[in-house]
Design a protein around this ligand. Structure first.
Ligand code: DGJ
Length: 709
């Protein structure tokens, strides 16, 4: 279908004080109410004719103040406000009532950047709401700046990024991601009835249990059709998203930094900036919502240097050696993995001083002289001479009490005086809010990378926060740890990236414990899960790709009998699965026979021939994962001339391992050669009739490459 070109009018202001932000497929309209509030009027599928939008007016309901029933762009707690608010403030004179009035709206040169100003003038509080429209993606990013332009300090008790209002209605369906270590990001679907549904992390980090994204539909959308409203928060600390369905047909979603145990002192002249909340609308189901996000992430968010380049094939030592990595073993694995076609060799945990197991060493970032008597340099040189990049595992935000760092600086961790310091995985969290500690982390990583020609860093984080006491905090700032830690982490990563621009960074947190749009601006990709059983991780891949681009998910070929699930999966299936993202291998290949080597080599070679399409193309989730069915994924190049089709069967009988799948995203005018095999089929046929997939029964897989001409 030809794309409808609309006149580029991203932003329009009408006399009646109604403003609309229009992208190709979405309109976001707000206006000024008679009572002086900036309120949302509409968010959804694009409406070309704006003339009918009237200024917002709250509905009249008994026991409610009309002006408080508006869809306020940035609701603050004050007056008879009973819904979830974005802002709650305590002023210096102990007044806890915030009364925000509209000041002005201005727009930047591109007319897709809009700033609205609100203020509580009596107290010198100003709020700047930033709107950035990403036209080609139908996405709108909102964030807020809260400024103290008065003469007295004030305390922020809650400051969320944005509020999103759905069209009037109820029984909306919320799709979100929930999980745990080893089974991250599984799809959950709830019908929203009056009340609140809170998804959140209070753990100091994004967490394995919930992920800061939402998808809302009327209950009738599927992968290919139906309206879907969605949003993702760009924040790697504690967060919350609240979906509040009231009894007047209004669904509101607010989200941002979690206000649990949080408070922020705002002195005169200071400003608090929230993380962005990026939301969009798809009229073509969940699949198109995901593709908009994927394209946006690759086009705008991922660190620029490697955003559109393909990721190397990685070999990681962890599953082969666990903590027993040393120069000899590493060299042996490096030689074997380079023969398989790996392009980056990563030495995982266990390489540094005092690291025999998880109980010691974190914090002391120098090679263990027993394991690496010559330091890392000779190993790095050998790896480089085999044509591979050298990568290293680190966990910079952590310390083991059994380490030289902790012995010298026991006060560098979060803790409360006279309270137990709870260890998890025998480790404590370093207090990055403290400039001295943050400097140490930056310096030790800077030296490690700079001194050793390290071109790849796997940055891990293996516990959540507890006892978040900041002993040397400036008076009244203790509860700012929840944002200051994340800000400091972002700054360290940003600095490292600018000092070492050629280094790829993998984000890991016991697998997928810290994946979000904030982390995605600093890490080139993420470890998806510590679970390497592809049958399980298919479900995580489903959830992950709802919000995050497939190339940002490292998929790992692990051992044949999975340590976590006990399931045996063929080598071919394990490779086929891991090709649906950034391919990595982490398993003991030292005892492999010739057949295993040859198969793995062929698979890696094949992956290299399709990875451009997988990593930079569009994903269509044609059939979901199931333990009694066939999961099908299709990746299509942006110009639709190439595609890769994956199918994985988990069936009760061989007979049910056959299906016909209709493809998407191809060109009707092209014929596509399909490999393996010598068939050539037309795009129209493939999309309307479909292609037959014959799998051999349970636990079988197949990958087809399609080339159009
Ligand atoms: C957790 C990670 O997810 C694993 O891949 C591995 O790096 C271990 N940590 C090492 O301690």
């Amino acid at each position: 279908m030809p794309t409808r070109r609309l006149s580029p009018r991203p932003y329009a202001e009408r006399k009646g004080r109604v403003w609309s932000l229009n992208s190709e497929g979405m309109s976001y309209v707000m206006g000024l109410s008679d009572s002086g509030q900036l309120a949302n009027i509409y968010w959804g599928s694009r409406i070309d004719d704006e003339t009918d939008f009237a200024r917002p007016a709250g509905m009249r309901y008994p026991f409610e103040l009309q002006s408080k029933m508006l869809r306020e762009e940035y609701p603050a707690w004050g007056g008879p406000h009973y819904r979830e608010a974005c802002l709650k403030v305590r002023y210096n004179d102990r007044v806890r009532d915030c009364d925000l009035a509209f000041l002005e709206v201005s727009c930047g040169k591109s007319r897709s950047d809009v700033v609205a100003e609100l203020g509580d003038e009596a107290y010198g509080l100003k709020v700047r709401l930033h709107y950035k429209l990403y036209d080609g993606y139908d996405l709108l990013a909102k964030h807020a700046e809260v400024l103290n332009v008065g003469r007295h300090p004030m305390r922020i008790e809650s400051v969320l990024s944005a509020a999103w209002y759905l069209p009037s209605g109820r029984d909306w369906r919320l799709t979100h991601l929930a999980g745990a270590w080893g089974r991250e990001m599984r799809l959950e679907r709830d019908i929203l009835t009056p009340g609140k549904k809170v998804i959140e992390s209070r753990k100091g980090t994004t967490s394995h249990q919930a992920n800061p994204v939402f998808f809302v539909d009327r209950g009738d959308a599927d992968e290919a059709k139906g309206g879907v409203w969605f949003g993702c928060l760009a924040w790697s600390g504690s967060w919350k998203i609240v979906a509040e369905q009231d009894t007047y047909q209004q669904l509101t979603l607010v989200g941002g930094v979690n206000d649990f145990d949080f408070s922020y002192l705002l002195r005169p002249g200071e400003c608090f900036r929230t993380p962005p909340f990026i939301a969009g609308y798809s009229s073509r189901g969940f699949g198109e919502a995901s593709r908009k996000l994927h394209r946006f992430e690759v086009g705008n968010l991922l660190p620029r240097r490697f955003a559109s380049s393909v990721r190397p094939v990685i070999f990681n030592t962890w599953e082969a050696t666990v903590f027993d990595v040393d120069e000899r073993r590493a060299l042996q694995l490096a030689r074997l993995s380079s023969r398989l076609g790996a392009e980056c060799f990563v030495v995982d945990d266990g390489w540094f001083k005092g690291r025999k197991d998880s109980t010691g060493g974190l914090g002391d970032w120098v090679p263990d002289p027993e394991k690496f008597p010559h330091g890392l340099t000779p190993l790095v040189k050998s790896v480089n001479s085999m044509g591979m990049k050298f990568g290293i595992w680190v966990e910079p935000e952590m310390v083991n009490p059994k380490s030289q760092l902790y012995q010298a600086h026991p006060d560098w961790v979060y803790h409360f005086p006279n309270r137990k310091r709870t260890e998890m995985r025998s480790q404590l969290v370093l207090n990055l809010c403290d400039a001295e500690v943050a400097d140490y982390v930056l310096k030790s990583m800077d030296e490690l990378i700079g001194d050793n020609n390290i071109e790849y860093v796997k940055w891990d984080m293996n516990r959540y926060f507890s006892e978040p006491g900041w002993q040397r905090a400036p008076r009244g700032r203790e509860q700012e740890v929840w944002v200051r830690h994340v800000d400091a982490l972002y700054e360290i990563l940003d600095r490292l990236r600018s000092r070492h621009p050629g280094v790829l960074f993998e984000g890991c947190s016991g697998g997928g414990g810290r994946i979000d749009l904030g982390a995605l601006q600093r890490f080139d990709h993420f470890a998806g899960s510590d679970n390497t059983d592809p049958t399980e991780v298919l479900f995580t891949h489903e959830g992950f790709t709802m919000a995050y681009a497939p190339k940002t998910m490292l998929l790992c070929v692990g051992g044949s009998t999975n340590g976590l699930t006990g399931r045996e999966v063929s080598l071919g299936y394990r490779f086929d699965f891991a090709m649906m993202g950034t391919l990595s291998m982490s398993l003991d290949i030292r005892g492999w026979n010739k057949e295993e080597f040859e198969l793995a080599k062929r698979k890696v070679q094949f992956y290299k021939s399709i990875r451009k399409v997988v990593q930079n193309g569009d994903l269509y989730r044609l059939a979901p994962p199931s333990l009694d069915g066939i999961c099908v994924r299709e990746f299509v190049s942006r110009d639709s001339t190439e595609a890769v089709l994956f199918a994985f069967s988990h069936v009760l009988s061989k007979a049910s391992a056959k299906t016909t799948v209709r493809l998407e995203g191809l060109r009707h005018s092209l014929r596509y050669g399909i490999e393996p095999g010598k068939v050539s089929l037309g795009g129209g046929y493939l999309m309307r009739h479909g292609v037959d997939i014959n799998l051999g029964g349970d636990n079988d897989s197949v990958v087809y490459r399609l080339k159009g001409n």
